[in-house]
Design a protein around this ligand. Structure first.
Ligand SMILES: Nc1ncnc2c1ncn2[C@@H]1O[C@H](COP(=O)(O)OP(=O)(O)OP(=O)(O)O)[C@@H](O)[C@H]1O
Ligand SMILES: [Mg+2]
Length: 265
């Protein structure tokens, strides 16, 4: 069975449809990229998949998360799925973190709730979770989010998302807010954890270089519609759709510009 099966997903606001009849599926352990220009509906698709759309927006169609219907489900029914089935890492780590709670306690929360850990077992699981994201020093567990760098905060957000051992990780532009060297370190970390755990990954980005590194297959969104889908190498090397070609060409033009700048510097 697919870990995620999206069929005819439509998201509407009062003004009209923002995501239109989107369909794709993800098998256990598979890595899928969602690409498209700013405003093409990538984030709304990821929010609809986890039942986290804002109240003003309405989803229709079908989203099966490990066989459970998300569209129209009550929040109380979705909560048990959020730890062990699917978790989201957002672009801005502060959205996932509680500013008033020490990092160690925030990581302990899903371990307690979903895995039932307590006492010494819980403490050692928190230490292991921090260790896994390369934040092993004891000061990190005691820190508040504002005492960490952007890259460290994103590592904490990843540790929280992974705590209950989800089968699917959804990452929405997880490194866009970070500078390039930190971005690379966080991507390598995600890559390693996804491979080690055999997790499925839905990776959202407008950066084609980053996407091609992280996934095997991509879905291209334009104005809320899927315009192309296929193996990452095939789609990026010989795009069938003019829109995908335009995305690839503008990424190439940017790369060439940056290479030339570097050579000149
Ligand atoms: N709460 C909302 N109410 C009304 N329209 C919204 C809302 N959230 C997003 N939209 C609109 O829906 C469309 C898709 O937004 P979405 O955030 O999914 O884009 P995106 O592909 O993630 O873009 P980006 O790359 O900039 O993150 C945009 O036109 C946006 O203005
Ligand atoms: Mg977005």
């Amino acid at each position: 069975m697919s870990i995620l099966d999206v069929a005819g997903l439509t998201v509407r606001s009062g003004a009209g449809a923002l995501v239109r009849e989107v369909s794709f599926s993800l098998e256990p352990g598979e890595r899928l990229g969602l690409i498209g220009e700013s405003g093409s509906g990538k984030s709304l698709t990821s929010l609809a998949v986890t039942g986290l759309l804002p109240d003003a927006l309405v989803a229709s169609g079908s989203v099966l998360l490990d066989g459970h219907q998300v569209v129209g489900a009550r929040d109380a029914d979705l909560r048990p799925l959020r730890g062990p089935v699917a978790q989201v890492v957002f672009q801005e780590p502060l959205t996932a973190l509680d500013p008033l709670m020490r990092v160690g306690r925030q990581i302990a929360e899903p371990l307690r709730r979903h895995l039932g850990l307590r006492g010494a077992e819980l403490r050692s699981a928190v230490a292991a979770a921090l260790d896994e994201v390369a934040l092993s020093e004891p000061r990190f567990a005691r820190a508040y989010p504002h005492e960490l760098s952007g890259g460290q905060r994103q590592r904490v957000a990843i540790a929280i998302a992974l705590a209950a051992k989800p089968q699917l990780l959804i990452a929405d532009e997880p490194t866009t807010a970070l500078d390039v060297t930190v971005q690379d370190a966080v991507l390598s970390l995600l890559e390693r954890l996804v491979a080690e755990r055999g997790m499925a990954l839905l990776f959202i980005s407008h950066d084609l270089a980053v996407v091609s590194r992280m996934v095997d297959r991509i879905v291209v969104l334009r104005d809320g519609l899927v315009v192309e889908e296929g193996a990452v190498g095939q789609v990026l090397q010989s795009p069938a759709e003019p829109y995908t070609r335009m995305l690839v060409d503008s990424a190439r033009a940017l790369d060439a510009f940056l290479d030339a700048k570097e050579a000149g510097a």
